[in-house]
Design a protein around this ligand. Structure first.
Ligand code: DI6
Ligand code: FE
Length: 406
C-alpha cells in the first residue's frame, strides 16, 4: 500500500542545484515538496512518492538554487561617504579627509545623530536590491554607534528589518569596530565599555546573535580582541573577526582559537592561519567589494584555503566607506574574476558556506530534506550564469519559508 505524503506545496519543472556539501549536486527535472516551511521531500520528479500537495507550482525549465545568503554586511548606517569618494578622486588625501572629521568617524557621527526610524528606512532601501536578486538571509552588524545607546539602536534596527521584511536577519555586535573620538588615546578603556556594558546589554536584550571586532593597526590589537571574545563567550555568543585585511596580525589564528564562526577579509592571512581555521572549522569570508574599492593588490590566499580545506564564503561587506555594494551577485562575479574562485566555489560561498559563517548550516544554505524552504528559481541554463552576467537584474522568483515572496 502506498502511503500518501501530505505537504503544503510542490515545486517542479526545473533542475535543482542543491549545493549539498558545497557542490552543485544537480538534480535534473527535480521536485521539492514543502511542509511547514521546510523541505519535506526533494529528488527527481520521476522518483517522487505519491504526494498530496495543497498547491503545485510548475516551472518551465530553468534552475532552482538555495536562497542566497549575504553573511557580512554593515547595512545600517547614517549618511553616506560619496562626498569623500569624490574628494579623494579629486586629489584630497585620506589624511586630509580624516583631519576634517571624515572617514569612519563621520559615519559614526551621522549614525549617532539619526533617529531609529530614519536608519530603518535607509537600511531598508539598501536591503531591497539584495532581496530582489535572491537574498533570503542577511547578517547585519552594528559598529557605527560606539556607545551603549547607539550600538543597541543599530541592533534594534537590524532586528526590525528581520521582523518587517521577508528575510532572515542575523545580527552581530561590532562595538569594537573603531575607537570613538571621545576615547582617543584610551583604547583599553573603550574595550572595558565594550566588554562590561555593550556586549552584556546587547546579549541581555536578545539583540545580538554574534560578536565581531576589527583587528588591525588602525583599530584594535589581538590582545584587545581577545578581551572582546572572552566577554562574548561569557555572554553566550559566538564570535567572528575582521582579520588580516591590511596587515598580518594573526587575528584569524586568534579567532580560530576561540572557535570563531568566521574570519573575514583575510588578504594577508598565512598558511598558519589557514591551518588554524581548518582545525576549528572557521569559515574564511572573502569580501571582493572592499578589495576592489580600496584597489588592494594582495588577494586572499585562496589556494591555501583550498589546500587546508577551509570553507570559503563570499559577502558584500556593504558599508559606506570601503564597500558601498548593493549586489551580492556582483560579488560572486568579482570573487571569480578577482580572487579566481570557480563559479561553483563562489555559489557555495553565498549559500552553504555563508550559512556556516552564521552558524546556520544545519537549517540553511543547501536544498536538503529538513532544511528551511528558502530557494530561488532562475530562468537560466546553468548555475555559472549567476557568476557570469555582470550587473543588471536577472529575473528570478524567490521562495521564502515555502511561500513566493512578492
Ligand atoms: N573593514 C572595513 O573595510 C570597514 N570596516 C571594517 O571593519 C570600513 C568601514 C568604514 O570605512 O565605514
Ligand atoms: Fe566589514
Amino acid at each position: 500500500m502506498t502511503s500518501e505524503i501530505h505537504c503544503d506545496s510542490l515545486w517542479h519543472g526545473a533542475d535543482i542545484v542543491t549545493m549539498r556539501d558545497g557542490k552543485y549536486h544537480i538534480i535534473s527535472n527535480g521536485a521539492i515538496a514543502v511542509r511547514d516551511g521546510k523541505i519535506a521531500w526533494i529528488g527527481e520528479e520521476a522518483n517522487m512518492p505519491v504526494l498530496a500537495a495543497a498547491k503545485t507550482v510548475r516551472f518551465s525549465g530553468g534552475i532552482l538554487t538555495p536562497g542566497l545568503i549575504d553573511c557580512h554586511t554593515h547595512l545600517v548606517f547614517g549618511g553616506n561617504r560619496s562626498g569623500e569618494f569624490e574628494q579623494r578622486l579629486n586629489g584630497v588625501s585620506y589624511a586630509e579627509i580624516a583631519a576634517q572629521g571624515g572617514g569612519i568617524i563621520s559615519t559614526v557621527k551621522a549614525t549617532r545623530d539619526a533617529e531609529e526610524a530614519l536608519l530603518f528606512e535607509q537600511a531598508q532601501s539598501r536591503l531591497q536590491p539584495l532581496l530582489a536578486e535572491g537574498v533570503t538571509c542577511v547578517e547585519i552588524k552594528s559598529g557605527y554607534g560606539l556607545t551603549p545607546q547607539s550600538e543597541l539602536k543599530m541592533l534594534r534596527v537590524a532586528r526590525q528589518l528581520g521582523h518587517q521584511l521577508p528575510v532572515e536577519v542575523k545580527t552581530t555586535c561590532l562595538a569594537a569596530h573603531a575607537l570613538p573620538p571621545e576615547y582617543a588615546g584610551r583604547a583599553d578603556d573603550y574595550i572595558d565599555l565594550v566588554c562590561h556594558t555593550i556586549i552584556p546589554e546587547a546579549a541581555a536584550a536578545g539583540l545580538a546573535d554574534a560578536v565581531d571586532a576589527f583587528c588591525e593597526h588602525l583599530a584594535f590589537s589581538p590582545a584587545q580582541v581577545e578581551r572582546v571574545f572572552n566577554a562574548a563567550t561569557q555572554a553566550g555568543l559566538p564570535v567572528k573577526l575582521h582579520a588580516e585585511q591590511l596587515s598580518a596580525l594573526g587575528g584569524s589564528t586568534l579567532a580560530a582559537r576561540h572557535h570563531a564562526l568566521s574570519a573575514d577579509h583575510l588578504e594577508y592571512a598565512t598558511a598558519e592561519d589557514a591551518a588554524a581555521m581548518a582545525a576549528s572549522g572557521t569559515v574564511a569570508v572573502l569580501l571582493p567589494g572592499a578589495y576592489y574599492m580600496l584597489r588592494e593588490t594582495q588577494c586572499p590566499p585562496v589556494e591555501l584555503f583550498r589546500e587546508h580545506g577551509v570553507a570559503m564564503a563570499i559577502a558584500s561587506d556593504a558599508n559606506p566607506g570601503t564597500s558601498p555594494a548593493l549586489s551580492l551577485r556582483l560579488m560572486i562575479n568579482m570573487a571569480c574574476t578577482l580572487f579566481r574562485l570557480t563559479p561553483e566555489e563562489a555559489l557555495a560561498g553565498v549559500t552553504l558556506h555563508a550559512a556556516k559563517a552564521l552558524g546556520l548550516q544545519a537549517s540553511h544554505g543547501s536544498l536538503e530534506v529538513g532544511k528551511v524552504a528558502d530557494f530561488v528559481h532562475w530562468p537560466l541554463a546553468r548555475p555559472a550564469e549567476l557568476a557570469y552576467w555582470l550587473g543588471g537584474q536577472l529575473p528570478c522568483t524567490v521562495i521564502f519559508r515555502g511561500e513566493v515572496r512578492q
